[in-house]
Write a protein that binds this ligand. Sequence first.
Ligand code: GLA
Length: 378
Amino acid sequence: MKKIFSAKILILALGILIIAGSCAPKELGQASGTVTKQLFGKLPDSSVADIYTLINHSGVTLKVTNYGGRITSLLVPDKTGKPGDIVLGFDSLSGYLANNPYFGAIVGRYGNRIAKGKFEIDGNQYTLVQNNGVNALHGGIKGFDKVIWKCEDFKTEKSVGIKLSYLSQDGEEGYPGNLNSVVTYTLTDDNQLIFEYSATSDKSTPINLTQHSYFNLAGQGDIKGHEVMIAASKYTVVDNTLIPTGELRDVKGTPFDFTAVKTIGQDLAATGGTPLGFDHNYVLNTKKIKDLAVRVVEPISGRIMEVYTDQPGVQFYTGNFLDGTLTGKNANVYKQHSGFCFETQHFPDSPNHPDFPTAILKPGETYHTTTIYKFSAR
Ligand code: GLA
C-alpha cells in the first residue's frame, strides 16, 4: 500500500514537472514573434528576390522583399482588432518590376531631388543621371529601390527584424565612392516599425536614405479624411521642378500648416500645384528621435500612425502622380490621393545649398539615422 502510494506521488510529481516545464516562461533572449522567408520571384537577370514575413505578438504582420527593401504588405489592427493592409503595393514581384512610383522602397543613394543632377564636393564636379526632367530623383534610374539587398533575419525578446545590406559601387548612377549601406527593419511587440540606416564610403558622397511606403490607414479609398499633425513651422519653398529655392517659409497662414490637426482634404485644393496636392519638405521642429514629428489618425478605422525621426526634414507626399493606371493588391486601383508618404530626410538638393544641414558623408565617418513608424488604434 505504501509502495503504491509513493509510486502515485512520484507519477503526479513527474506530471507536474512536465506541465510546469512546458508552461515555463520563455528564456531571456528567446524570440517573441516569427520571421519566415519564401521565394518572391526571379528578376530578368535571373537573380532571386525573397519575401520575408515578420509577425509580432500584437497582431501586426509585415512583408518585405529584398528587391529594393520594399514593404509589400503591413497588416495592422483597427479599433475593433480587425487587421487591414495599410500600404499600397502588389502581390507579386512582376508588379514591382514594372514601372511604379517607389512603392514601399528604400530610396537612395539620395532620396528626393538634386538640381540638374549636378553638385560639387572639394572642387570636384559630379553629374548624376537625370531621371526626373532635368533633375536627379531618388538615386537615379537604378536606385536602391531596384537592387537586390543581402538580407538576414533576426529575433530578439520583444521584436523581429531583417538586416539589409548593399554595396553601391563607385560611380553607380554617377555617385562618387564605394558606399556600404546597412538598413534594419525592426518590428517590435508594441507595434513600432523601426528603420535604422547606416553607411560608410571611401569617397565623399551625398547620402539621404529614406523609406517610400505609401500608407492608407483605411486600407482603400482616398486619404482626404485622414487627420494629420506635422511638427514643422516651416517648409522649403520649391520652384516648378520641385527644387528648393533656398527659402524656408513659415507655414502659418498657408495651406501647408499642419501644426494644428486638420484633414489632408481640408486645404488640398489650395496647394495649387500641378498635379494637385502636397509634395513638400517640412522643416521639422523636432530635434530628437523621442519627439513626435508626425501623427496621422484615420477616424473611421481608428488607426493611428506616428512618426519619430532624428532627420531634419520630412517629405509629405499625397500620391499626386498616381493616376489610376496602376492596380495593386485586392484589386485596388491607385488613383490620385490613394496614399500618402512621410519620407524622413535631409532637405532636397542639400548638396547645392551650403546653408542646409549637410548631407555629405566623408570617408572615415559613419552615416547613421533612425526613423520610427508607430501604429495603434483607438
Ligand atoms: C517623391 C517625390 C514626388 C514623386 C514621388 C514618386 O515623394 O517628392 O515628387 O516623385 O516621390 O512619384
